[in-house]
Design a protein around this ligand. Structure first.
Ligand code: ATP
Length: 502
């Protein structure tokens, strides 16, 4: 706004001078020089301002507390311990403890690292200044180092201005400016930036009038320079992992507390079905469910809105394209093939089957995980391979040929077979796949995949009727519940029994 007014005033002055008959060329020349100087300073980072957290009376809610963060109990506990250095500095100094200068939050995207840093600032009543690693990287040597200096200076100045005793500097994607020295092609610039960060961290002390704590966040801690990780710099490394089921439930509760929920919505069930979701995914899930409810003009968010939102978060937005009738039938047979194998291996494992195209998938099944699993047995992996192959085998048995629709399934099945070999669970015993002759590896992969394919083929041949029936129903409805398939399987079993008795 101020910029526009300035430009307007300057133009007004120039026009008036021309009107009055003044020679304005020297003025224009001077203005040009000022503009160039301004640009050079801007590019070199001289005018860079990092984003401080807005005060709590601002419209944007930035006053985040640890209660606003679901799950992450161990990360919160570790962080709280480390924050005592800011909160009770006298006690820390009495005990002769050296100040903690940096905390590194490590974890996948969207798990709440920024939220934790913001909560740390509220908890310690500190100024919060945020920056991203990429903001320090420019093509000019020395700009990054200058920005690091500015960042620390800005934290001190802002804290003083706001009468605060401490400041928290949060650097997201810290691996960009803190990666191992000598690992970049333009390493002089990168090394200078990192060196400046080390210098600033070494300069922090308990006696400073403004106590500064640096919180870095990364999902690639393996890229960080050892000098950053040595004790005395980032001495606390806090793992911020994907939430477990209890964590997901808490996050869902937090993000639905301002939304009207229908009685059929069971957040515990949704938490169970969203294994692998990050906090950001769960926030998006709650938001998408509310959008779906609004679109359908419902006054409350219903169960169906949440399930629709899960599909959207996993697979992406629905696509407008609808394949030809024949292709749709193939997709339906393919998906029912997957679902049937899954149900026969583990009854009640299928949640939904759909042929509504979303993202890159023309159709998909969603399995219900009962509990979070972090390690897998050979039987489990073989079962997953069988489910992946179910689609292609079903197409082959019912339509006489396969299609390219199974290429992604095969790739995933190969990856799982490799996992079996890598974990020493194949007939080769404990081997290093890197040192294995490619022929031997290939032969073993084939053995694992073929044996599952044979089993699946036997099952699909026995169930052709069910697949036909279920695929017809899926074509009509586009999306069916796992219960329908289970009902069909139950009925077919009864008939089989009757035939046998007769
Ligand atoms: P990135 O590594 O991509 O920067 P991040 O780990 O810093 O991600 P945040 O920015 O803290 O993730 O989280 C993004 C959004 O996800 C938050 O604004 C919040 O809505 C939601 N979220 C993530 N984790 C949690 C959590 N544990 N509890 C509540 N909400 C969460």
């Amino acid at each position: 706004m101020l910029k526009e007014v300035g430009v307007g005033v300057a133009l007004g002055v120039i026009i008036s001078l021309i009107w009055l008959g003044f020679n304005i060329y020297p003025v224009l020349f001077l203005l040009g020089i000022f503009f160039l100087l301004f640009k050079v300073l801007d590019v070199r980072g001289g005018l860079k301002e990092f984003a401080p957290l807005k005060s709590s009376n601002n419209k944007i809610k930035t006053n985040i507390s640890f209660e606003d963060i679901g799950g992450q109990n161990s990360a919160k506990k570790e962080l709280l311990e480390a924050l005592d250095f800011i909160k009770i500095p006298e006690k820390i100094s009495l005990m002769g403890i050296r100040p903690l200068k940096g905390i590194l939050l490590v974890g996948p995207p969207g798990t709440g690292k920024t939220l934790l840093a913001k909560a740390a600032a509220s908890y310690t009543d500190s100024i919060f200044i945020a920056a991203a690693g990429s903001e320090f990287i420019e093509m000019y040597a020395g700009v990054g180092a200058q920005r690091v200096r500015q960042l620390f200076q800005q934290a001190r100045n802002t804290a003083k201005k706001k009468n605060k005793m401490s400041a928290i500097i949060f650097i997201d994607e810290i691996e960009i400016l803190g990666s191992k020295r000598g690992s970049h092609s333009s390493h002089l610039e990168y090394d200078q930036t990192l060196n400046q960060l080390l210098v600033e961290m070494d300069g922090l002390s308990l006696d400073d009038d403004i106590r500064i704590l640096l919180i870095g966040a990364t999902n690639r801690s393996d890229l960080l320079d050892n000098a950053l990780l040595r004790p005395g710099r980032f001495d606390r490394i806090v793992q911020v992992d994907l939430p477990d089921m209890e964590g997901r439930l808490q996050i869902l509760k937090l993000h639905t507390r301002n939304k009207p929920l229908a009685r059929d919505v069971k957040l515990k069930k949704i938490a169970a079905e969203t294994f692998g979701f990050s906090g950001a995914h769960l926030e998006s899930l709650a938001n998408e469910a509310a959008i779906a409810a609004l679109r359908e003009k419902c006054s409350r968010l219903e169960k169906s809105h949440f399930y629709e939102a899960i599909d959207k978060v996993i697979m992406g937005e629905k696509l407008d394209k609808r394949p030809e009738e024949e292709e749709c039938r193939r997709i339906a047979i393919h998906e029912i093939g997957h679902a049937l194998v899954s149900e026969s291996l583990k009854p009640h494992s299928i949640s939904t089957i759909t042929i509504i195209p979303r993202g890159k998938a023309m159709g998909y099944i969603r399995q219900k995980p009962e509990k979070d699993s972090y390690i897998y047995t050979k039987e489990y992996l073989e079962g997953q391979i069988a489910i992946l192959l179910g689609g292609a085998v079903s197409e082959e048995e019912l339509l006489g040929s396969r299609s390219t629709g199974a290429a992604n399934d095969f790739q995933q099945a190969i990856d799982l077979a490799k996992k079996i070999i890598n974990s020493g669970m194949s007939s080769l015993g404990i081997v290093s796949t890197k040192d294995l002759p490619s022929g031997v590896l290939h032969q073993n992969l084939k053995e694992i995949l073929n044996s599952q394919e044979e089993k699946v083929r036997g099952l699909i041949r026995d169930c052709k009727n069910i697949i036909e029936k279920a695929a017809g129903y899926l074509l009509e409805k586009e999306r069916i519940n796992g219960d329908y398939l289970r009902e069909l399987l139950k009925m077919e079993k009864k008939n089989e029994f009757k035939q046998k008795v007769i």
